[in-house]
Design a protein around this ligand. Structure first.
Ligand code: MTE
Length: 330
């Protein structure tokens, strides 16, 4: 995907990669089941199978969730098959091939897990996973996710608005941006031996973007807790931005006064801007962003779909960027 010639790294084209079945570590699921899990609520979209291809498709611990009422949170597109969503992944800490995370992420230990809240907040501290899971009601949201490589998926996520957490830690007047730091542990993550990125993987949002109700702190998908390869035990999902803004396996959230540098900006500043809003009119230097291939619908004659401004979330988020030159601030 993100071919970084200056670092001597060339990613294989996706057609060379054979997706493999997700590796499901039964003991990990059972550990979850004993603590975090509950049976899916009858109102859950996944439980009803309304959009999800299957309820509890990975046979993991169910995560209760009610259908979200946030505007724009339930797109009507058909959900990507669970198998594709869990075997075609970008999670460079486990390797750069699409099949690497599903093969290698079983080494990720998702309990105990804590997230440190730092910087410009009145209530900094360390939250453990159980506290975070219960901080706000879990909701199911069906989001499009568009990768800068030119493919997209539709995934029924479970989580709640990041704003729920932000409100509780009370940002000070100096907090203008939020930095997200993800786990970097060589013992658990074989991909860290690669110099493709400077670790840890770091991303960022402007405070108002982070506060937007669509910005999701996610703990699950398809009615279950997140599989490791999708960013267990918790990740961000920002549906109107390219997928790389949605950091997986978060360990630190830092409130800062200046725009933070992100891992991708540091690796290739001419290719990855801070905003990274999905924009069909602004091509990546090496890839057109005008259309996309929907994973799971990619037969030989499958038509590409036109990419929508802000990935189709313009009615909800367009006003955040009023007056900005989106070509310059890409
Ligand atoms: N988070 C971490 N920590 N490491 C990564 O390599 N890849 C990003 C993002 N979050 C990545 C990450 C990219 S490029 C994409 S497209 C999405 O995760 C993919 O999420 P998915 O595999 O759940 O579809």
């Amino acid at each position: 995907m993100h071919v970084l010639r200056d670092r001597g790294f060339v990613h294989p084209v996706s057609s060379e990669i054979t997706p493999r079945a997700a590796y499901l570590d039964r003991r990990r699921w059972l550990a979850w089941a004993g603590s975090a899990a509950a049976t899916a609520l009858p109102g859950s979209v996944a439980a009803q199978g309304a959009q999800s291809p299957q309820a509890r498709p990975g046979k993991g611990a169910a995560l209760a969730a009610a259908r979200s009422s946030v505007a724009g949170a339930l797109v009507m597109d058909k959900a990507t098959p669970y198998k594709d969503a869990t075997t075609y992944n970008n999670f460079y800490e486990f390797g750069t091939d699409k099949a690497d995370p599903s093969q290698h992420a079983h080494t990720l230990k998702t309990r105990p897990w804590t997230v440190a809240i730092e910087g410009e907040v009145k209530k900094p501290g360390t939250y453990d996973l159980d506290t975070l899971l219960k901080l706000a009601p879990q909701e199911e949201r069906i989001y499009r996710l568009r990768c800068v490589e030119g493919w997209s998926m539709v995934i029924p996520w479970i989580g709640y608005s990041l704003s729920e957490l932000i409100k509780r830690v009370e940002p000070t007047g100096n907090a203008k941006f939020v930095q997200f730091v993800t786990l970097a542990d060589r013992k658990q993550m074989p991909g860290l031996t690669s110099s493709v990125l400077d670790w840890p993987y770091v991303e960022g949002l402007r405070l108002d973007e982070a506060m937007h109700p669509l910005t999701l702190l996610s703990f699950g998908m398809y009615g279950e807790v997140l599989p490791n390869q999708n960013g267990a035990p918790l990740r961000l999902v920002v549906p109107w931005k390219y997928g790389f803004k949605s950091g997986k396996s978060l360990v630190k959230i830092r409130f800062v006064d200046k725009q933070p540098k992100t891992s991708w900006e540091l690796a290739a500043p001419s290719e990855y801007g801070f905003y990274s809003n999905v924009n069909p009119k602004v091509d990546h230097p090496r890839w057109s962003q005008a259309s996309e291939r929907r994973i799971g619908e990619d037969g030989l004659f499958a038509k590409k779909r036109p990419t929508l401004m802000f990935n189709g979330y313009e009615p909800q988020v367009g006003q955040l960027y009023a007056g900005m030159d989106l070509r310059r601030q890409f």
